[in-house]
Design a protein around this ligand. Structure first.
Ligand SMILES: NC(=O)c1ccc[n+]([C@@H]2O[C@H](COP(=O)([O-])OP(=O)(O)OC[C@H]3O[C@@H](n4cnc5c(N)ncnc54)[C@H](OP(=O)(O)O)[C@@H]3O)[C@@H](O)[C@H]2O)c1
Length: 245
């Protein structure tokens, strides 16, 4: 991995779920290295606050309020980015989440549809829309924020797990298609990260979780890795188990 000083000045990074949590941390980390950031999520005030932090450090940031479960809004997101900046160098498919844990037999099909749209369908569609810009320039990095739920199934989150497993399959296939263009595809599988996605729970010690900045630093290291190699899959686990026994 390259040193933490590698500059991203001149690169355009499009990030979903950039309003808080892991996506916010990734946006700040890439901007710290000089990347122009395009910030997408639904909550306008939170997006604006992240953009303001970035601009204060003299780096350009554009907010595009977007519900990623809506294909039309994904098209607008990519078209607006390309109109403004001309290209996309880095795509981070980060927006995600799921309903409260519910067994399959009790789950609502409507919740499944939303979960799959948010965690799987949106990354597929957004990647398809951003790819031509990368292929034309024969460079680019696509980072998919998956989950340890993309590697091992757990009870109560079957649809979320199915979607995250799907991200893994998509990423592996995509890499085989685009490696010849110099495009990196990297999937990151974090364990517990201390964000609002993990509700307060007496069984989990938050001080032992990963921080959003741990994931953000990993994304940065993927982006600045040598053009010869692609960090295809990265599993990030907290050093000490946050689940109390
Ligand atoms: N926290 C963990 O322990 C953990 C572990 C493994 C993987 N992950 C993954 O990491 C990613 C980020 O999670 P996080 O922990 O940072 O969660 P978070 O703090 O809840 O943030 C989720 C982000 O996704 C955005 N988002 C949600 N629904 C959206 C929609 N329909 N359209 C656009 N944006 C939407 C949210 O913004 P708005 O609400 O403003 O739209 C927010 O910016 C997710 O893919 C998650 O599955 C998290």
């Amino acid at each position: 991995m390259a040193a933490s000083t590698t500059s991203l000045v001149g690169r355009v990074a499009l990030l979903t779920g950039a309003s808080r949590g892991i996506g916010r941390a990734i946006a700040l980390r890439l901007a710290q290295a000089g990347a122009t950031t395009v910030l997408a999520a639904r909550t306008k005030p939170e997006l604006a606050a992240v953009a303001e932090m970035i601009r204060t450090s003299g780096v350009e940031a554009l907010t595009i309020p977007t519900d990623v479960t809506d294909d039309q809004q994904l098209e607008t997101l990519v078209n607006t980015t390309l109109t403004r900046f001309g290209h996309i160098d880095i795509l981070v498919n980060n927006a995600g989440g799921g309903p409260p844990r519910t067994p399959v037999v009790k789950a609502r099909v409507k919740d499944w549809e939303w979960t799959v749209r948010l965690n799987l369908w949106a990354p597929l569609v957004l990647t398809k829309l951003a790819l031509p810009s990368m292929i034309a320039r024969r460079r680019g990095t696509i980072v998919n924020i998956c989950s340890s739920a993309g590697l091992v199934g757990k009870p109560g989150e079957a649809a979320y797990t199915a979607a995250k497993f799907g991200v893994r399959g998509f990423s592996q296939s995509l890499f085989e298609e685009v490696r010849e263009y110099g495009i990196k595809v990297s999937t990151i599988y974090p364990g517990y990260v201390d964000t609002a996605l993990i509700p307060p729970n007496r069984r989990v010690d938050r001080s032992k979780m990963l921080s959003p900045e741990d994931v953000a630093q990993t994304v940065y290291e993927v982006v600045v890795s040598s053009a010869r190699c692609c960090p295809l899959e990265i599993i990030l686990q907290p050093q000490h188990d946050p689940v109390k026994t």
